[in-house]
Each structure stands twice: as C-alpha cells, then as structure tokens.
Design a protein around this ligand. Sequence first.
Ligand code: PHE
Length: 340
Amino acid sequence: MLKDKIQNIKAEIESLKAQSVDDAEALRIKYLSKKGLVTALFDEFKTVPADLKREIGQNLNELKNLAQSRIAELKERAAQNVKVETVATDLTRPAVNTPLGSRHPISIVKNQIVDIFSRLGFSVAEGPEVEDDWHVFTALNFPPEHPARDMQDTFFINTNPDILLRTHTSSVQVRVMERQRPPIRSIFPGRVFRNEAISARAHCIFHQVEGLYIAHNVSFADLKQCLTYFAKEMFGPEVKVRLRPSYFPFTEPSAEMDVSCTLCGGAGCGVCKGSGWLEILGCGMVDPNVLQNNNIDPNEYSGFAFGMGVERIAMLRFGVNDIRHFFENDVRFLRQFQSA
Ligand code: PHE
C-alpha cells in the first residue's frame, strides 16, 4: 500500500544523519532526485483510486516537504561543523614555545677557557678517564712511594692495581707527547677522580683543563705571560696575578698562580679568607725527566705545563659557594647561567 510506504519513508527521513555536506547531498539524491525514493512515490500516486487521491496526495506533499527541509537542515549543520573544526585548528595561531635548556655552568666556563687559549694558538686534545699507572704517575716522574699512588687518594680498579681513574688531566700530557713531536701547544679539558670526602669545597669527581706547550727556547717568562693573559681574559683586565713557588713531580720549577680576589678586589674578605688572593691553578716548567720519559730531548726542547680546576673557576666567576651545586642537577640552579 502506498500509504504504508509513505509512513515508512517518513520514519526513515526523520532519523536521517549526515556527517558531512557530501553525506547530506547523497541523501538528497537518494530521496529527492528524479530516481529518488520520494519521487518514485509520486509515480505510484497515478495508480491511486480517485476517492483516496486527495488524502494520499496531501501525505505525499508533506513527505516531500519534510524530506526537503530535513535534508537541507542536515546539510547546513554539517557545513557549520566543518567551520567549527577549521577554527579549532587555526593555522595562524602562534606555536607554543618549546622550552630550551641552558648550558651547564661547568660547560660554559670550560668553553670560555678553551676559547681564550685558542686565541693563543692552543689546540684541544682529550685522553681516557680510565688510565694506567704509567700515564698518571710513572711517566710524570712520581716517585714510587708518592702519596698520590695511595688507595687513600686514588680510585683503583679492584682486579688490576695498574688500572685506575685518572686523578688529574696531566696524564693527557703523556698521551700527547707519545704520539706527537714538538712543537706541542694544546689544552686538555676533562673529568678527573679523587678518593675524597665530599664537602662544600671538594668533590670526588671534578673537571680540569690541562695545558702543555713544548718548543725551542720556552721560558718561565712565556709561562707567566700566557697565564697572565688567561687570567685577565677570564676575570677582567683589572685582575692582578701572582705566582707562588710550589712543588709538582712533573714540573721544575713549579708554581701556583693566584688572582686578586674576585669579590673584594684584594682588600680581604670571607671568600679569600682576608688574604686578598685566590689560587686558581698549578703550573711549572716541564721537568726534563718527563721529556726524557717521552723521548723528547730536554737539551733541544723545553716547555711549560699548567692545570686548573674548572669548578673552582666557575665558583669564582659565578659566586657559587658550594661545589655540590654543580652535581645536583637542580634546574633552578642550572637555569641561572648564560650560555657561552
Ligand atoms: N696536575 C696538577 C694537579 O692536579 C696541576 C698541574 C698541572 C700542575 C700541570 C703543574 C703542571 O693539581
């Protein structure tokens, strides 16, 4: 019966859904096009007996109107949804900033040290952190009974007392001398390890930058000039320097270099313990025994060497009063330093 078909299609139309404008258009074709389901009912209408024509004709027209308005509404809503979606992915909106990390203060200071010595023609080399006795002690003229060779000061590998964690970057001097002939003009940044109780002033792991210059006629005046240049570049042109006699097995003569206190300018304060001076490095003329151990003729060549603690210099530069801050990796501490 046509009347039933009208009812069925009406129910169908009332529950139509469309995700997109294209879906809605497909529905329009399905129901309202020339070959559509609603249109087909109009064809059938011709066969309806005359006495029912009025009623069924009215039903049919209502169905057609319903289909038209319903499908038009679905089309419009789908179009609006597309618009809302476009707003949700607004391509002109500024991107969320990617948080950038900052360089570790030890890296900043290490890079500055490397920079300063590069300007004087020093190249950069590195050596292993796990070393043997020869490179850390013996080749550097340490006597067999030297206290640094003691378990108390040095981390040895349990199964082999010849293998240890380097206690200073001076071991890289030996590594470089055994593979390179003079002239040598290099610095060696790296990590070192000492069996020390951790406190505000000492850590069992820290960083050094070593320097080695070997050529003809290198004198103590060259050492002093080079390290004075370094101190003024690192701490500012007004800084004063002094060299105090000291002792290292691998240099002769040996010295320690002080700079005028970066906090009080030399007047005396808590940081320099009233002396006005702060020690920043050890240095000296390379001991002839060390040259000989590495097959460099001490009658032909001479040289100087120096070694500085990076943490120590960073503490003075940035006013950090506890070395442990450098190893705790608290981002509130690490974020404060300007990259370089
Ligand atoms: N290696 C010494 C230290 O760790 C520093 C130093 C290096 C001294 C080179 C003189 C020459 O204390």
